[in-house]
Design a protein around this ligand. Structure first.
Ligand code: ADE
Length: 240
């Protein structure tokens, strides 16, 4: 059985989209993973097939109806028992590489994509759904977020990437950003590749890469450095 993704969406034509190309696309045609896009609107019960309504309490936009969402969710939970069900929403818990690794190691995932101002909150009280966000910004819908999550999972499936991805040196696997990369030409616009990378001294290269991973993480992602434990940081002035 291959790794399976069920996506619950008002825009099934957005899938596989970019995941039909390159590594993920090849893996899809090789049946390393499979995809099903479920049209949420097919679960609307009224003759107008309406999926949204005005927000209780007033305000802008529309809210996805709980009865329609629950009917769609129940169908997928029944047909795909055992797959975790996620919902893409800016109100969700932040997506991490640890979550991606867990999902990729399992049987697959079902993903509900929000649209409009959001989904009726009672859905999350009544069904086992994990709300997930891909970052502190607002997309026009959960579909592009679902594509991001699936991309991150699929590249970890056995047989998708070459020998290169044990992934151990990648960004976030160590808790830090990855070190920078260079390739020929050796001289470009007056800039050279750091000499140590041409030395052939693997211990020295490893030490340089570790150093750069730490300095780049400290300057770009102080939040990550804090969690990792910044051994080289200056103690606060009060402690000196
Ligand atoms: N839908 C809209 N914005 C989103 C975000 N940042 N993450 C996940 N789903 C979203």
């Amino acid at each position: 059985m291959s790794w399976h993704a069920s996506v619950l969406t008002l825009y099934p034509d957005m899938f596989p989209g970019p995941l039909g190309h390159s590594l993920a696309g090849r893996a899809l045609s090789q049946d390393i993973w499979s995809l099903e896009a479920v049209q949420i609107r097919d679960f609307a019960a009224d003759k107008h097939r309406s999926v949204d309504d005005t927000p209780a309490g007033g305000g802008a936009g529309m809210v996805m109806r709980v009865d329609v969402l629950a009917a769609c969710v129940d169908d997928v939970l029944a047909r795909r028992p055992g797959l975790p069900l996620l919902a893409m929403t800016p109100r969700g818990a932040p997506l991490t590489q640890a979550m991606v690794r867990d999902l990729a190691a399992g049987q697959g995932v079902s993903i509900l994509c929000g649209r409009f101002e959001g989904m009726d909150e009672r859905l999350f009280e009544a069904r086992p759904i994990l709300p997930v966000s891909i970052g502190d910004f607002v997309l026009s819908g959960g579909e592009t977020a679902a594509l991001v999550l699936l991309d991150a999972c699929i590249r970890l499936l056995p047989g998708v990437m070459g020998a290169t991805t044990s992934g151990e040196e990648e960004s976030f696997e160590s808790g830090l950003l990855e070190y920078p990369h260079y390739t020929r030409p050796q001289m470009w616009e007056g800039r050279t590749i750091p000499e140590v990378l041409r030395s052939g001294d693997h211990a020295k290269i490893a030490a340089w890469r570790k150093q750069r991973a730490e300095t780049d993480t400290r300057s770009r992602r102080p939040d990550l450095m804090e969690r990792h434990g910044d051994a080289t940081r200056q103690p606060p002035s009060g402690a000196r």
